[in-house]
Design a protein around this ligand. Structure first.
Ligand code: HEC
Length: 155
């Protein structure tokens, strides 16, 4: 079994040095190690494996009730081996990195203390919760176009 640590070490080294994104900070590193395998470096996911695409979508969950909790409770987040603080950091990094529209003006970054109780009560039927949230997003966008302003327009 001597080969495993060596191969794993080489793969990690390769990931950090020649990957499409090189980690410049802990939050991004945590994303690369824990999330990128399914969600990909650019957050585009994999439709054929039901892994959703983040860009332009992730931030919309913040605009409907229950959406903020959902982002921390979805199994990929809640069941990751990351501490509450590190998971909060990854979620904040993802929102900064992948949002294509402005975050809600009252957005406050996730904190470890905030998400701790949510991780203890992960909903059983995540797919159903996701569908309900997406429906709420559609309804909300009919009333008010979420993301009428882009990052570029804000800057
Ligand atoms: C094994 C594959 C896999 C890994 C690894 C993974 N996810 Fe996911 N993720 C999914 C799938 C599939 C969904 C769709 C909801 C579901 O079925 O769980 C999802 C959905 C999400 C969502 C909600 C987005 C939406 O549109 O519903 C967030 C937020 C998320 N993941 C965060 C993370 C974070 C943070 C990590 C790393 C700590 C991570 N995921 C790791 C597969 C994965």
């Amino acid at each position: 079994m001597w080969a495993f640590p060596i191969i794993f070490g080489m793969a990690t080294f390769a990931l950090l040095t020649v990957g499409p994104v090189s980690a410049t900070e802990q939050r991004q590193f945590d994303y690369m190690i824990n999330c990128q395998g399914c969600h990909l470096a650019d957050g585009s996911g994999n439709a054929s494996r039901q892994v959703p695409s983040f860009p332009g979508q992730l931030e919309k969950f913040l605009s409907v009730s229950g959406g903020r909790e959902y982002l921390a409770q979805v199994p990929g987040s809640a069941l990751s081996g990351l501490s509450d603080e590190r998971l909060a950091g990854v979620l904040n990094w993802m929102l900064e990195e992948f949002s294509t529209t402005a975050l809600p003006t009252d957005f406050k970054p996730f904190t470890g203390g905030e998400i701790h109780p949510w991780r203890d009560q992960v909903p059983i039927d995540v797919g159903k919760i996701r569908e309900e949230l997406l429906e709420r997003i559609v309804q909300k966008e009919k009333q008010y176009p979420i993301g009428a302003l882009t990052h570029e327009e804000l800057n």
